[in-house]
Write a protein that binds this ligand. Structure first.
Ligand SMILES: Cc1cc2nc3c(=O)[nH]c(=O)nc-3n(C[C@H](O)[C@H](O)[C@H](O)COP(=O)(O)OP(=O)(O)OC[C@H]3O[C@@H](n4cnc5c(N)ncnc54)[C@H](O)[C@@H]3O)c2cc1C
Length: 447
């Protein structure tokens, strides 16, 4: 029996299910999947990050006597060749994404696959309400997990130390250029290892509950990208903070379970990837110019524009800003959340289908446990509250740096200054809010 260990979104050697369950001679592999890469732009930052992480994984595997064979191909082609070479089983972690599910079905026609769950703490299929149906609301879902959340440690998987490296050509490493990508400069926090990030965050965790909403403060963990690509497991994050045994850690751990919750929802309700979770029907605004202004940060509303320009430049966006721009797109512009979701998917370094869909459906008031449709963020009040001195806004829109911060928190405040080049608001905030509430009310009544 020669096993292939297919690393996908679990680019680590600790608490790794495939390194724990494998036996004997193994071939660890990573595939730069042409099917995925062909749809990405040359300057996609995620590819630079994954590339760096895959090379890092190769080094770590070498340090424990193994290695990593790297391919640039379609997975089907890779496995056809590996079967010819005598490999007869694939071990990998479960990937719940819809592309991954169809891809795996095709691979299973070529070679048997054994999948393990280690990208999430909870297996969604193992946890239902007493009546046998899945949870739909976060708080009862979270409370029902007390057995897990009240424990001080969730057992991590130990690596099988007797594994041996299969004989193979491990030398091939495609360059980013060969794969048609350009190396991108990454935000500083992505230069750090996952545990270094957690250690830094530990110093700030006492302020997390209060500070995490302030857009200009770096008060959160920044761990989402590492979690997304499995450079650390959610179990390891849980155990690290549990070891401090304090209230602030508990609050942070609860946030980690939002990620579990949205994955749980998507697994149980896969239709919510493409449709409103609550099944209401809305006739959205199809105007492409409106949508493009939002994407490019040309709405005339400083907090929205700063958030979108920052996303386009860095691939990152603060959680509070994600909520504000999602509310603005779906309620004030009345544009379908799916368009916003798709745009985020193309830009976010931490893009994770389940969290992104969950976050968007929450913002659009169409999702599981969503915000009520009549509670619509006013972007001016949000910036007044969470970026009072316009520190974040001015850092992204330097042409406005000399304006009085108060102007950013009133409609058309910034554009009223004739000495700066800044557009008027593309939409009347209170009128569009009223119209959205009417549309939602009608859709709910018709439902
Ligand atoms: C419209 C919208 C889209 C989003 N898209 C994504 C996405 O594609 N990928 C993604 O990882 N998160 C997404 N989120 C959730 C959240 O914004 C990010 O997880 C968070 O900003 C990442 O920064 P952090 O690691 O510093 O967070 P912290 O505040 O330090 O939280 C720690 C971890 O908890 C989890 N978490 C916290 N809040 C949430 C949440 N609301 N939903 C799900 N998980 C959460 C994340 O894994 C996060 O890394 C989205 C939220 C919204 C409103």
């Amino acid at each position: 029996m020669s096993q292939v260990l297919w690393f996908r979104r679990d680019l680590r050697i600790e608490d790794n299910a495939i390194l724990s369950n494998a036996k004997g001679k193994v071939l660890p592999i990573f595939i730069f999947d042409k099917n995925i890469l062909k749809s990405l732009s040359k300057d996609d930052m995620r590819v630079s990050f994954i590339y760096k992480s895959v090379l890092g994984l190769k080094e770590k595997l070498k340090n424990i006597g193994l290695d990593l064979a790297i391919f640039f191909d379609e997975p089907v082609n890779v496995f056809k060749k590996l079967v010819e070479k005598g490999f007869d089983e694939v071990l990998c972690s479960v990937d719940f994404d819809s592309y991954a599910k169809t891809r795996d079905e095709k691979i299973e026609e070529i070679i048997p696959m054994r999948r393990f769950l280690d990208s999430f703490i909870l297996n969604p299929n193992d946890h239902l309400k007493k009546d046998g149906t899945p949870y739909k609301v976060f708080t009862p879902f979270y409370n029902s997990l007390k057995l897990i959340t009240s424990s001080n440690n969730i057992e991590e998987l130990k690596r099988n130390e007797t594994l041996q490296k299969s004989i193979f050509d491990y030398d091939f490493i495609p360059s980013l250029k060969q794969m048609n990508f350009e190396e991108q400069e990454l935000p500083d926090f992505l230069e750090l290892e996952a545990y270094e990030l957690l250690k830094q965050f530990k110093e700030k965790i006492n302020d997390y509950k209060v500070q995490r909403d302030y857009i200009y403060v770096n008060a959160t963990s920044n761990i989402s990208v590492h979690l997304r690509f499995g450079l650390i497991s959610p179990k390891q994050v849980f155990n690290y903070f549990k070891s401090f045994n304090d209230e602030n850690s508990e609050f942070f751990i609860r946030e980690i379970f939002w990620r579990e919750f949205y994955n749980y929802i998507l697994v149980h309700y896969p239709y919510s990837e493409h449709s409103n979770f609550n099944n209401i029907e809305l006739s959205w605004n199809e105007n492409e110019d409106d949508f493009n202004k939002w994407c490019e940060g040309k709405t005339g509303i400083p907090i929205i524009d700063a958030a979108m320009i920052h996303l386009n430049k860095t691939g990152t966006m603060h959680n509070r800003l994600r909520m504000i721009v999602a509310s603005f797109l779906t309620k004030n512009l009345f544009i379908d959340w799916k368009k916003g979701e798709k745009y985020f998917a193309s830009k976010l370094l931490d893009y994770e289908a389940s969290s992104n869909i969950g976050g968007w459906q929450w913002g659009a008031s169409t999702g599981a446990d969503a915000s009520p449709y009549f509670r619509i963020f006013n972007p001016y009040l949000q910036s007044k509250k969470f970026d009072k001195d316009a520190i974040f806004i001015k850092s992204v829109l330097p042409q406005l740096k000399d304006l009085d911060a108060k102007l950013f928190h009133i409609e058309n405040g910034a554009s009223s200054n004739l000495f700066v080049d800044y557009p008027k608001s593309m939409v009347d905030i209170s009128l569009s809010r009223k119209q959205a509430i009417e549309k939602f009310k009608r859709a709910k009544n018709e439902h």
